[in-house]
Design a protein around this ligand. Structure first.
Ligand code: AMP
Ligand code: MN
Ligand code: MN
Length: 333
């Protein structure tokens, strides 16, 4: 797919041009693609004279505080003077991933759905633009910005770069499209300061993160004759390192680096409404499909990066997931 033959669906552009009170929302617990594409979309709409608001149930993550914001990232809809007339949903493989707060609004307000996940059920009521072949939702937003004649520079470009570089593992995963690379080249030509951005993105570890990584790496389990590496992070691990959810981001990618590993798994316990649950993150390479494993547990994602939330503790979740994970390599033999 080249940049030249990508065309943004006309009904999407028309919805963006027609509505005046736009609310932009991405999945809860935002990763850099969710938040970067939200901010970039707000900047792109602003260049057309429209002040869109950005909402995220869990707000701006601390590791993205260096980005210049088009306005505050709302975590509640209570302060809105009235309903928006359009909700722009970004990077959500299904509607539920937007979180609970926004669901009643989505029942009564038109929406557009812009995403790159497999099996997206096209939940937008006005338009859907879902391209699983795209590296990041940020890539789709870049083409929308171009179609709206918003120049890819300044804070808009920084937000897009953060989105695209994160979802491609800094342009190393199989989803790194020529189009994504061309967009970055174009933004660098427009003055994007890559060394400064990389510095802000990478050299920002908390001590809690360092301690958590040390503790978890020590007890990683190598299973299935070396084909599965699993990191179990208990509530106790999190507490004793004073770690936040963000501090565990990236561990699963490190496990995938072990020679011979086909599936890397992270199971991080968390408490919700007084009950224990586990956030599962799966990673693979090439044709090994972990999205199918996540889908068995009500989650989803992409072929090589997928996730799910399971109402079990980490040990039990590992036990129920292992047979499905085995299927990843057995299917190919
Ligand atoms: P993560 O492991 O959270 O970094 O997520 C990897 C990929 O799986 C991302 O594309 C997520 O959007 C997707 N994903 C993670 N958790 C879920 C879930 N509960 N339901 C659907 N997709 C998910
Ligand atoms: Mn995402
Ligand atoms: Mn994404």
């Amino acid at each position: 797919m080249t940049t030249e033959n990508i065309s943004v669906p006309e009904e999407l552009l028309s919805a963006l041009r027609r509505h005046k009170r736009v609310l932009i929302a991405a999945h809860a617990r935002p990763d850099p693609d969710a938040m970067g594409s939200s901010l970039a979309m707000a900047w792109a709409l602003r260049s057309t004279g429209l002040d869109a608001l950005v909402f995220n149930e869990d707000g701006l993550p601390p590791f993205l505080h260096f980005l210049t914001l088009p306005g505050p990232v709302l975590t509640s809809l209570d302060s809105l003077p009235c309903d928006p007339d359009l909700v722009v949903c970004l990077d959500c493989g299904d509607r539920a991933r937007l979180g609970e707060t926004i669901q009643p609004l989505l029942d009564r307000v038109p929406s557009v759905n812009i995403d790159h996940h497999l099996d997206n059920p096209l939940f937008g009521t006005e338009a859907n633009w879902v391209e699983p072949g795209m590296a990041a939702t940020g890539e789709l937003v870049a083409y929308i910005a171009k179609a709206l004649r918003a120049p890819l520079h300044g804070a808009l470009a920084e937000a897009l770069y953060v989105a695209i570089s994160a979802d491609t593992g800094n342009f190393s995963y199989g989803n790194t499209t020529p189009g994504a690379l061309r967009l970055v080249a174009e933004m660098v030509e427009e003055g994007l300061d890559l060394p400064r951005l990389r510095e802000a993105m990478e050299n920002n570890w908390t001590e809690a993160r360092l301690r958590l990584w040390g503790r978890i790496m020590q007890k990683v389990r190598i299973l299935e004759d070396g084909k599965l590496a699993a990191a179990l992070i208990t509530l106790e691990d999190m507490k004793s390192c004073n770690a936040s959810r963000e501090d565990s981001e990236g561990i699963v990618e490190q496990l995938r680096r072990l020679s011979g590993v086909r599936v890397a798994l992270m199971l991080r316990e968390e408490e919700k409404d007084g009950k224990i649950q586990v956030k599962a993150s799966l990673r693979s390479s090439g044709r090994d499909n972990v999205q199918k494993v996540a889908a068995q547990f009500g989650g989803g994602g992409h072929r090589n990066a997928a996730g799910a939330t399971i109402a079990l503790d980490a040990e039990k979740a590992l036990a129920v997931m292992q047979p499905y994970i085995r299927f990843v390599w057995n299917r190919l033999q």
